[in-house]
Design a binder for this molecule. Structure first.
Ligand SMILES: [Zn+2]
Length: 351
């Protein structure tokens, strides 16, 4: 009854948003890694032992993050975990993000991670989530594709509905993305609905992945891609014209090209907007500079999301409430919170 009452009442505060059953469409599995998961792993094995199999490239990156250096030397690293999430630039954020993959060394770790993220959705009243999973990163840790897909296929009744978006990892290049998607397509669980590409779009442009997206489409996967985050409008144009995606991850830098904004609005291509992420990774210097309001007023469809909530110390309710600082009214925020399910790749459960 309480849930139904919260769903019926228009939101007018952060507490209302926290109580409202919500949909989230853009966040990464490890971006939502529970702190309790990291602490428990750090208590089991010291970080230096965790990193014993890390490739030299990772170790070089970690050495540039003062917080990781501190953790490696700390007497009780689990108690100093906050240091991991203090970064001054995008490279240090990437280092922190990459650091966490080394805590997922077995399929039991992976299952515990998925379970922890799922429980977090329950606590936040997120009833439907599409979670991006970068499977090749876990295969690099020694996990098997088949066992990963088995975990992703698990669909426990009663809790939040979790659906998956596969990210073949842009930085491995188009040929590996194509091969990975062929393999996934051959064994795709019904819970895996879509494809995206995260990462450095300016170094590995979207237009190089048109064949990968054809493979995904042929396998019945729905399509989104990170664009207009690290790179400008050209990357978004490639997403809509070359990859022909249904949604765009971020897409905020479309604001730099009025003809692109018109195109997105006319075609009804929704953006997965993640305001805090864009500030924390340096796309914008402050929330005040974020173009969500301009895009909204131009008629661009959008959902609001967290991207990497653990790394940005945020939650979906806080992202939505934060729109007040950008000039959104409570009724507009209410509409965005409830409207996100329209853009889901599967129909969300009835609220
Ligand atoms: Zn993302």
């Amino acid at each position: 009854m309480a849930e139904r009452a919260a769903a019926a009442r228009p939101v007018a505060s952060l507490a209302d948003l926290q109580a409202l059953p919500k949909t989230e469409l853009h966040l990464h599995l490890r971006g939502a890694i529970p702190l309790s998961f990291l602490r428990s792993r750090l208590r089991r094995r010291p970080p230096a032992a965790v990193l014993d199999a890390a490739p030299p490239g990772h170790l070089r990156l970690f050495s540039k993050h003062p917080g990781i250096r501190d953790l490696l030397e700390a007497d009780d690293p689990a108690a100093d975990l906050d240091r991991l999430f203090q970064y001054q630039n995008f490279e240090q954020f990437l280092a922190a993000y990459l650091f966490t993959v080394h805590f997922v060394r077995t399929i039991d770790d992976f299952r515990a991670l998925v379970g922890g993220v799922r429980a977090g959705f329950g606590e936040q009243r997120i009833t439907y989530a599409e979670v991006t999973v970068s499977i090749p990163e876990y295969i690099e840790q020694g996990l098997q594709l088949t066992e990963i897909l088995e975990v992703l296929a698990e669909d426990p009744p009663g809790g939040p509905t979790v659906r998956w978006i596969v990210d073949p990892v842009r930085g491995y290049g188009p040929a590996k993305a194509e091969a990975h998607l062929e393999e996934v397509a051959a064994r795709r669980p019904q819970t895996l609905l879509g494809v995206t590409l995260g990462g450095a779009e300016h170094l590995f442009p979207n237009r190089h992945f048109s064949r990968a997206y054809e493979i995904a489409r042929e396998a019945g996967l729905r399509t989104t891609v990170h664009a207009g985050e690290a790179a400008g409008p050209e990357s978004v144009w490639q997403a809509v014209r070359t990859l022909r995606v249904e949604r765009i991850g971020h897409g905020v830098r479309a604001i730099e090209d009025p003809s692109l904004v018109r195109h997105l609005a006319e075609r009804g291509i929704p953006l997965e907007i993640c305001p805090t992420s864009n500030v924390r990774t340096g796309v914008y210097r402050s929330l005040a500079e974020h173009p969500a309001r301009g895009l909204f007023e131009a008629g661009v469809q959008m959902s609001i999301n967290t991207d990497d909530p653990t790394f940005f110390s945020t939650s979906l309710a806080e992202e939505l409430a934060g729109l007040r600082k950008l000039g959104f009214s409570w009724p507009e925020i209410d509409g965005l919170a409830r409207g996100a399910s329209r853009f889901a790749f599967a129909s969300a459960p009835a609220l």
